[in-house]
Design a protein around this ligand. Structure first.
Ligand code: ATP
Length: 441
C-alpha cells in the first residue's frame, strides 16, 4: 500500500493511469471537454460498479433490516421546498474583483486573500448560491413546470417511507438504501472526480425508535468505518472526524465524517448523521400525509428518528485508486501496480495464451469460457507476456493465467499472483476452485 503521508505527486500519477488504461475519460473530449465532467471507460465502469456492489452487499444483501430503493432523479419543487433545499442548499459564493475568479468562501484557507491572483480584500460580499439544477418538464416553460434534478438521493427514501413500511412488513429499526446519480451545480468542481457536478452517491436512511438513536448512531459510525478497512484501505489513511457543534446543521445532534488522506490532505468520503425526526416531520407537514409508525405492541405512535450514512461512490472509487497505487522496484525496473482488493478489482482474472498460435488461443478461449460465468475476466493475446503482466498489474487484476505450450499436453496452466508475483502450476480441471480460493471472495 502507498505511504500514509500525503504524496502530492500521487494525484497526477493516478489521473494519468486512469486515462492511459481506460478508467476515466474527460467527458465530450472530442469537443474540447466539458469542465469537470467525466465518463467512466471500460475499466472504470467495472471498478465503480464493484464499489457500488460492495456497498450494496454490505448494506442490503448481508442484512435483514435494510431494503433497497431506486427513486426518480427528477422531482417537483414541493419535495425540495419541504426538505429545506430550496431555501438552504446553498454555498457562499464570492468573486474576486481583481481577477474575476469565483470561490466558495467556506473552502478558502484565507478568506481575505484570493488564491488565484493573491490580491487582498478583493472579494465581493458572499452571495448564497443554490446548488440545485433546475429544468422544466414538458414543452411549456414556466413556474408550474419547474423540476429539479436531485442533489442527493436521500429524499427519495423519506418520501417513500410509508410505501416501504406498508409493503415490507418491517418495523423500526429498519433502513432504506439507494445508490444513484445526484447533481449539484458546484461553484468550484475539481480535483478530478473528487468534486463534480454529476456524481454518484450511496446513501441509507435508518429509521429507529427515538430512544435508540444514540446507540444506532455509534453503531453506524463503526460499521461504515470498518467497510473501508475491510476493502483494503490502510488504517493510517483513514479517520473518523466528529463534527464540532458549530459545524452541525440545526436538526442534527451528531455528524461524523469518514475522511481519507488525499494528496492534498484529509478530506471527506462519507458523512454519518443523526438527523432526528426532522425529515419525516418536514415531509409530513408539507404533504399532509402521516409519516410515522404505530407500534401495535405498545399502542404508541411515533415519528422514527433517522441515522444517515451518506457516501460518494465516485469519490470513494478515486480514494480506493489512490490507496491502491504503488510503484515497486522489480529486477531494476519500476512496476506500477494497483493493489486493489479482489472484490473491487475490475477484472478478477486475465487469460493470456503465451503465443497467438491457434493451438494455444483455441484452448485458452475455452478456458476463458469456463471462467467467465464465475468471474469478470480479461483476455489478451497481444505483445510479449511481460508487457501483458505489466498491463494487468496497472489494472489491478489479482490473477493472470498463462496458457503455454506445455498446457496442451499436461492440461495445467500457470497462475500468477499480482501482489507476490509468485506462480503456481494448476490443473485445468481445478482452475475455478483454485481462482475462487485465491481471491477469497
Ligand atoms: P462537501 O462539503 O464536500 O461539499 P457535503 O458534506 O455537502 O460535501 P454530503 O451532502 O454529505 O456532502 O454528501 C455525501 C457524500 O456525497 C460526500 O461525502 C461525498 O462523498 C459525495 N459528494 C457530495 N458532493 C459531491 C460532488 N460534488 N462530487 C462528488 N461527490 C460528492
Amino acid at each position: 500500500m502507498s505511504s500514509p503521508a500525503p504524496d502530492p505527486t500521487l494525484f497526477d500519477k493516478v489521473v494519468n493511469l486512469t486515462k492511459r488504461r481506460g478508467f476515466v475519460f474527460p467527458s465530450s473530449e472530442i469537443y474540447g471537454g466539458f469542465r469537470s465532467t467525466y465518463d467512466y471507460g471500460p475499466i472504470g465502469v467495472l471498478l465503480l460498479r464493484n464499489v457500488k456492489d460492495a456497498w450494496w452487499r454490505s448494506m442490503v444483501q448481508l442484512r435483514h433490516d435494510v431494503l433497497g430503493l431506486d427513486a426518480a432523479i427528477l422531482s417537483p419543487p414541493a419535495v425540495w421546498e419541504a426538505s429545506g433545499h430550496l431555501a438552504n442548499f446553498t454555498d457562499p459564493l464570492v468573486d474576486c474583483k481583481h481577477c474575476n475568479e469565483r470561490f466558495r468562501l467556506d473552502k478558502l484557507d484565507d478568506p481575505h486573500t484570493c488564491p488565484n491572483c493573491g490580491e487582498h480584500d478583493s472579494f465581493t460580499e458572499a452571495r448564497n448560491f443554490n446548488l440545485m439544477f433546475k429544468t422544466h418538464a414538458g414543452p411549456v416553460e414556466g413556474s408550474g413546470h419547474d423540476v429539479f434534478l436531485r442533489p442527493e438521493t436521500a429524499q427519495g427514501m423519506f418520501t417513500n417511507f410509508s410505501n416501504v413500511l406498508q409493503t415490507s412488513r418491517k418495523k423500526p429499526p429498519f433502513g432504506i438504501a439507494q445508490v444513484g446519480k445526484s447533481f449539484r451545480n458546484e461553484i468550484t468542481p475539481g480535483n478530478f472526480v473528487f468534486r463534480t457536478r454529476e456524481f454518484e452517491q450511496m446513501e441509507m436512511e435508518f429509521f429507529v425508535p427515538p430512544a435508540e438513536a444514540g446507540e444506532w448512531y455509534e453503531y453506524w459510525k463503526n460499521e461504515r468505518f470498518q467497510w473501508y478497512l475491510d476493502l483494503g484501505m490502510p488504517a493510517e489513511s483513514l479517520r473518523l472526524r466528529e463534527h464540532e457543534a458549530d459545524e452541525l446543521s440545526h436538526y442534527s445532534s451528531g455528524t461524523a465524517d469518514v475522511e481519507f488522506l488525499f494528496p492534498w490532505g484529509w478530506d471527506e468520503l462519507e458523512g454519518i448523521a443523526n438527523r432526528g425526526d426532522y425529515d419525516l416531520n418536514a415531509h409530513a407537514t408539507a404533504s399532509g400525509e402521516k409519516l410515522d409508525y404505530f407500534d401495535p405492541q405498545t399502542n404508541e405512535r411515533y415519528t422514527p428518528h433517522v441515522i444517515e450514512p451518506a457516501a460518494g461512490a465516485t469519490r470513494t472509487m478515486m480514494a480506493f485508486l489512490m490507496a491502491a497505487y504503488d510503484e515497486e522496484e522489480v529486477r531494476g525496473e519500476t512496476r506500477t501496480v494497483l493493489h486493489l482488493h479482489p472484490r473491487l478489482a475490475p477484472y478478477k482474472v486475465a487469460v493470456l495464451p503465451l503465443s497467438k498460435k491457434p493451438e494455444l488461443t483455441g484452448p485458452a478461449q475455452e478456458l476463458l469460457a469456463t471462467l467467465q460465468p464465475h468471474f469478470m475476466c480479461d483476455y489478451d493475446e497481444t505483445q510479449n507476456i511481460g508487457k501483458r503482466y505489466r498491463r494487468q498489474d496497472e489494472l489491478g487484476t489479482p490473477l493472470c493465467i498463462t496458457f503455454d505450450f506445455e498446457s496442451v499436453d499436461d492440461h495445467a496452466v500457470t497462475v500468477r499472483d499480482r501482489d507476490t508475483m509468485e506462480q503456481d502450476r494448476v490443473p485445468l480441471d481445478q482452475i475455478v476452485d483454485h481462482v475462487r480460493t485465491k481471491l477469497g471472495l
